[in-house]
Ligand binder design. Structure first.
Ligand code: NAD
Length: 492
């Protein structure tokens, strides 16, 4: 059997705690199923609070007594590169697991997300050694900064880009010498499990990476956010869960990095090159089945080109192929689960109540190829204002809300009138305007004539309901370490 064909076996998933594969302390399990056809992919331990505490104990022991924090950055980098090598070797297998567990199109899993997993590991492995460090000679005083690891890191990740986002947290945490407890989303546990197997094979010491499965709140994730033995919490998920995690962490003063929801604007000015702006705008909302935090889900089009742009955009949207995500010719796969499909559709119904007009899409696909999965077509809605709930709340599906504007100031006002502030993109050939807009945009990331490009040296995060703090390059170092000032007096 080739790697690509290797299926996740029922019963295969376990917690990884202290180098051992474990069931939940009470033996309970839950199912993970393929959103394309409902087939059972795995039985997963339904972690208890005891499991969470055991994983923290393991990470604590590995940090306090193990070799990992004491290793030189180069020694750690060697192991993290070996883990990345394993990811590269098993790229086909991991991509198929991701696609089956979460419905992500195979092209994206294979050519974007799993390669990015390896890149996350390699980038931070090398960053620790290559980054500049500060020294401040000042007469007879000489000061410098140390960046010792913070300790035990809880990493809580979502289902929409499972292993890519899990390693966006794990890689810097480990590279800077921390030990970790990862809790992947319950909808998509398979790649985290397989990754943990590969990491052990590659030589990651036991207890340095622990993985527990299950749900939030009182269950396994509870201790991950409330146990005083945890030194950092890095979370990616919804803004509502982020608030709960911040509350849970507050009594221990545990620092939290939170990457949360978005409702990003994509602004098309009348001087944009539409041959670029139309296809990019299509990808900006419909890639990943619309389940992307960064997606350009509020499309702002200058009124002078509205008719032309909308005609081209809608035509392209309605041509997108929706179907089995394992088939590389399909662009849109199923949504993650029934509950989420219902949420997405409820927003389309709400949009109509709010006076919106559905230009294309707008109802679940139920034909022979789609009936067994959670398929929703590309949907374009016009006629709403930015005050509507549809335009303000995160839908997290293949649903685009189109709004018109006349002037640059108006576009900026609409853009910044949002509880979110994660990202944004604009298409224009006027460079002055592009940089004026970027300087005044309420967002952690602004893309000009492009989108979704990520350089891991840049800060990543959001304003308002989109996040707290930044990660990436030196921003990850600042979060995952406990910077220490050292000053000595020199005797002359
Ligand atoms: P979610 O908040 O429901 O779950 C995220 C993770 O938190 C899961 O592992 C979940 O089990 C866990 N969790 C839930 N309740 C918890 C609690 N009380 N304590 C501790 N952990 C808890 O989010 P989701 O539905 O999995 O993901 C979609 C959301 O994530 C969207 O809002 C999306 O915008 C956001 N997201 C943000 C980014 C970003 O970088 N800003 C990236 C991807 C996704």
């Amino acid at each position: 059997m080739t790697q690509t064909q290797r299926p996740a076996q029922v019963g295969e998933v376990r917690h990884l705690i202290g180098g051992e594969w474990k069931q939940a302390s009470d033996g309970a399990t839950f199912e993970t199923r393929d959103p394309h056809d409902g087939s059972l992919l795995g039985l997963v331990p339904k972690g208890t609070a005891d499991d969470g505490r055991a994983a923290i104990t393991s990470a604590r022991t590995a940090f306090d007594e193990g070799p990992w924090p004491q290793m030189s950055p180069k020694e750690r980098a060697k192991i993290l590169h070996a883990v990345a090598d394993k990811v590269d070797e098993h790229r086909d297998e991991l991509a198929l697991l991701e696609t089956r567990d979460g419905g992500k199109g195979i092209n994206q899993s294979l050519h974007a997300e799993i390669p990015r997993v390896a890149h996350n590991l390699r980038f931070f492995a090398d960053y620790v050694s290559l980054a500049a460090n500060e020294a401040y000679p000042d007469g007879d005083l000489f000061s410098y900064v140390l960046y010792p690891p913070a300790g035990v890191v809880s990493a809580i990740s979502p289902w929409n880009a499972p292993l890519m986002l899990a390693t966006w947290k794990i890689a810097p945490a480990l590279a800077f010498g921390n030990t970790t407890v990862l809790k992947p989303a319950p909808q998509t546990p398979l790649t985290a499990h397989r990754f943990a197997e590969l990491a052990l094979e590659a030589g990651l010491p036991e207890g340095v990476l622990n993985v527990v499965h299950g749900f939030g709140g009182e269950a396994v994730a509870g201790p991950l956010t409330s146990d005083p033995r945890v030194d950092r919490i890095t979370f990616t998920g919804s803004s509502a869960t982020g608030v709960k995690i911040l509350q849970s962490a507050a009594p221990n003063h545990t620092p939290v990095s939170a990457e949360m929801g978005g409702k990003s604007a994509n602004i098309i000015f009348d001087d944009a090159d539409l041959d670029v702006a139309v296809p990019m705008s299509i990808r900006a909302i419909f890639a990943g089945n619309g389940q992307v935090c960064l997606s350009g889900s509020r499309l702002l089009v200058q009124n002078s080109i509205m008719d032309e742009f909308l005609a081209r955009f809608t035509e392209e949207a309605s041509k997108l192929t929706v179907g089995d995500p394992k088939d590389p010719s399909n662009f849109i796969g199923p949504l993650i689960e029934q509950r989420h499909l219902e949420k997405v559709h409820s927003y389309v119904e709400l949009a109509q109540e709010e006076g919106g007009k559905i230009i294309t899409g707008g109802a679940r696909l139920t034909g022979a190829d789609h009936a067994a999965g959670f398929y929703y077509p590309p949907t374009v809605i016009t006629g709403l204002t930015n005050e509507s709930r549809t335009a303000r709340e995160e839908i997290f599906g293949p649903v685009e809300t189109v709004l018109g504007f006349d002037t640059e100031d108006e576009a900026l006002r609409i853009t910044n009138d949002s509880p979110y502030g994660l990202a944004g993109m604009l298409f224009t050939q006027n460079l002055d305007r592009a940089h004026r807009m970027a300087a005044r945009w309420k967002a952690g990331t602004v893309w000009i004539n492009t989108f979704f490009e990520r350089d891991l040296r840049l800060p990543f995060g959001g304003e308002g309901s989109s996040g707290l703090g930044r990660e990436g390059g030196q921003y990850s170092r600042d979060f995952f370490t406990e910077p220490r000032a050292v000053t000595m007096r020199l005797r002359h």
